[in-house]
Design a binder for this molecule. Sequence first.
Ligand code: MGD
Ligand code: MGD
Ligand code: SF4
Ligand code: MO
Length: 890
Amino acid sequence: MSATTTKTTCPYCGVGCGVKVTVPSSQSEPVPPVSGDIDHPANFGRLCVKGSSLASTLKSDDRLLTPIVDGKQVSWDSALDSVSEKISQVVKDHGPDAFAFYLSGQILTEDYYVANKLAKGFIGTANVDTNSRLCMASAVVGYKRAFGSDTVPCNYEDLELCDLLIMIGSNAAWTHPILFQRIVEAKKQRPNMKVVVIDPRETATCDIADLHLAITPGTDAAVFSYLLQRSAAENILDTDFITEHTNGFQGTLDKALEVTPDLSSAAEFCGVSEESLEQLARLWLATDKSISFYSQGVNQSSSGVDKCNAIINCHLATGRIGKEGAGPFSITGQPNAMGGREVGGLANQLAAHMDFATPGAQKLVQRFWQAPNMATENGLKAVDMFQAVEEGKIKVIWIMSTNPMVSLPDTAQVRRALEKCELVIVSDCKAHTDTTAMGDVLLPATGWSEKDGTVTNSERRISRQRGLLPAPGEAQHDWWAICEVAKRLGYQSAFSYRSVNEIFVEHAALSAFENNGKRDFDIGHFSQMSKEEYDALVPVQWPVPKGRPEGTKRMFEDGRFFTPDKKAKFIPITPQLPINKASSEWPFTFNTGRVRDQWHTMTRTGDSALLTKHTDQPYVEIHPKDAKMLGIGDKSLVRLISSVGEALLKAKISQGVAPGNVFSPIHWTQQFANSAVVSNLIPQVFDPLSGQPESKHAQVKVEAVNDVSYGLIISAKPLSNLDFIYWCLVPSDEGYHYEVVCPEGQSVDSIQSMLNKEEDGGEWLEYTNPTTHQVRLANVVDHKLTVAAYLHPKPESISCDWLESKLVKSEPLTDLDRMAILVGIPSNVEDKGEIVCSCFQIGSKQIEKAIAEGVDSVEGLGNSLKCGTNCGSCIPELKQFIPIKADLAV
Ligand SMILES: Nc1nc2c(c(=O)[nH]1)N[C@H]1C(S)=C(S)[C@@H](COP(=O)(O)OP(=O)(O)OC[C@H]3O[C@@H](n4cnc5c(=O)[nH]c(N)nc54)[C@H](O)[C@@H]3O)O[C@H]1N2
Ligand SMILES: Nc1nc2c(c(=O)[nH]1)N[C@H]1C(S)=C(S)[C@@H](COP(=O)(O)OP(=O)(O)OC[C@H]3O[C@@H](n4cnc5c(=O)[nH]c(N)nc54)[C@H](O)[C@@H]3O)O[C@H]1N2
Ligand code: SF4
Ligand SMILES: [Mo]
């Protein structure tokens, strides 16, 4: 057999880039690096570093390979019998609402479709919610309130064609890197295009911003309320559009005038200068071609829906919608959050963009599914769902492709709920996650490289994910596991799909069933598709109704919406602050988000040593003034405490956050660090309309952790009994690298015992310096290094690449090596510093050196070191090195 090249879709962010993967003919050969698909309209061949390093995440030592029930490996038959017997019994004894699915925007549309069908049509409960509740729920409700449907009007081209791009609560430079690169390119081509970033933090996205509004967290709605009243005051309203295509304008304008009567009141509420808000207003007034591009800084808020509608109001009032380069554009995070929305896989949706409240919808879906037990009303949204689990109302929960022990707010509550639940079923690819640790039944799922199906990206584009590799062990597709349970519950005929394309065709048929243009989501063109056509599907934007195979680039071009009278709705908005306010007890405002090279709870990106080089440990970003006041040094350990939990993180002192504000990334779990799950700190506060948690906000105390030593451990084997104040596992290709913090003066003996002293025997090398309080320990077995530990009273960075290279698999240690291990790294080994460019592994020290040697631009750095010349997402960071040149020159 020869190598095969397959086109598929990247499993990370909602940009939905096409990738090409060549699978070698022999399974023993590694899969070579993946490349971008030049024909895919999302990326035209480009990939960011997460996408381009996908091949390095394919082989994992930690796959879940067999079903497990109560800690024991069992056959699929036995696991499926246990699951279905318990569901039957619980439904019989307590009714269908004692069962719940908690799904994910990372399963495929086909997986989602069968889960939704089983719960809502056959078991009879609408308790089907998903991690999209934490992600897109406010955007969905915002669109539905305004348009009568959950319709993203714009496409990626619009981002390139607009003259004004307002990015609200989005750090796209890191979170949607390829789209951001398209924007960077467009701005380069058309320097008149303006970019505004609205974010309380200064982020990498600000790199291309003509204006950055560092607003007080939560105050976005006031910015747009002011823009609405200013649009009226300056006569830039599209009065024809307002009259013909909308309702509710006057009341909404009156509200805007009441809550943001003038520039100074609006600027004061938002915590920005009048000049900067005026600058935004002028940019807004100057062009019709404007896009408002929004993400989690808008959605994850107790008033997230109102923020979305404040934005949409401005677009409706000025007719900036349904036109090239204009519109309110909610960008999706997960690769298939859109697919889940299309299927109706949320507790307050029914199916195929119909709701329980849509007249006739429930009967329509029942007829189509031939469903015996249709749910009749909304189910429980994520936070309420886990509360119902804790209260014992939900007795069986099936969690699929999400890690709620890390991502839901107040993880202590999630733990209590899962401990209480009679049966927790977890379908995952990984054996060890914070959530599989809570599962009674673990079902091994196929992952990205093995699954087959469809996903929809942020611009409504449906693309195929295609299976590349055989499933490892006994892993099975999620849709298969759901259908097997359905059959055991007695619903054979409705769930006897022979392959995944049959599910897609049924989904397409439901979208078109009795639709006749009433519903936006119609992919009827695919309702009779053959397997061959499905396999050959090229990316296409929905709606794709019968007779329009080319799909639909842009929505609402005819000004007709999906409300009963086809008119869009203005919603009067009163801007709100976050629910929890700063107080003397909880003085710091805590914000959360993402870093460039990690994905969510690190179950995939944590397998790639390359991706952990950019940010190797969890951190809390804190303003220099606050750090000074609290006696916190850079990289020193900090304790954060909120009303619901605690976390221990390293300090990153930076002007990027405002005084009184702190920020942490969300990615580290208990698999990677002892106390870095930041959702521990977030209270279960949510938007009353969307149920989306205010995950970007908590009030906290910040404390320095003093009298400690900082260290690192390099070990050939994983260490299981680490009893440090803080530890963090940094993924490495060579062995196991831990960063640790222990009490000052911790005894060498106690450290040795944590390092498997008894087990390994061997010779201990030891160096302690009573003056500097440094400790260095190494264990050597048969002239090979098995473990080394360095401790130091200050949080100094020790380059450990060299140490790692000396671990067991390498050559026997020389006398010089033994000396170097104890006193320091040999001088001939280059210390790259912290990695800035992940694609080419270029570190800060190499960049500084090149600059000292005369390089004075990002292009120059690219020429000499190659950094920034592949995916480009490190360019904002590279730019920050350039001023150093000026410093050196004086
Ligand atoms: N590298 C990487 N990329 C990803 C992901 C990942 O895990 N890693 N996840 C994907 C997913 S699922 C999602 S949803 C997206 C999220 O993509 P983004 O929303 O771009 O990412 P975040 O970092 O969560 O948050 C964006 C910004 O919101 C700001 N913010 C906080 N509060 C407010 C506020 O009140 N107002 C405003 N205007 N801004 C505020 C934060 O400071 C932060 O910079 O990323 C996707 N892409
Ligand atoms: N404080 C705070 N909390 C947040 C956020 C924030 O910004 N701040 N962001 C929120 C947002 S926007 C999101 S999207 C969530 C993300 O949070 P989660 O959804 O909890 O995070 P993931 O790591 O993506 O979890 C996916 C799990 O599914 C597994 N998996 C991957 N592919 C498959 C598959 O095909 N089948 C199965 N069965 N399993 C699979 C992975 O191994 C992993 O365990 O976090 C939310 N939580
Ligand atoms: S931007 Fe990067 S992570 Fe997102 S889909 Fe494209 S390659 Fe994947
Ligand atoms: Mo998300």
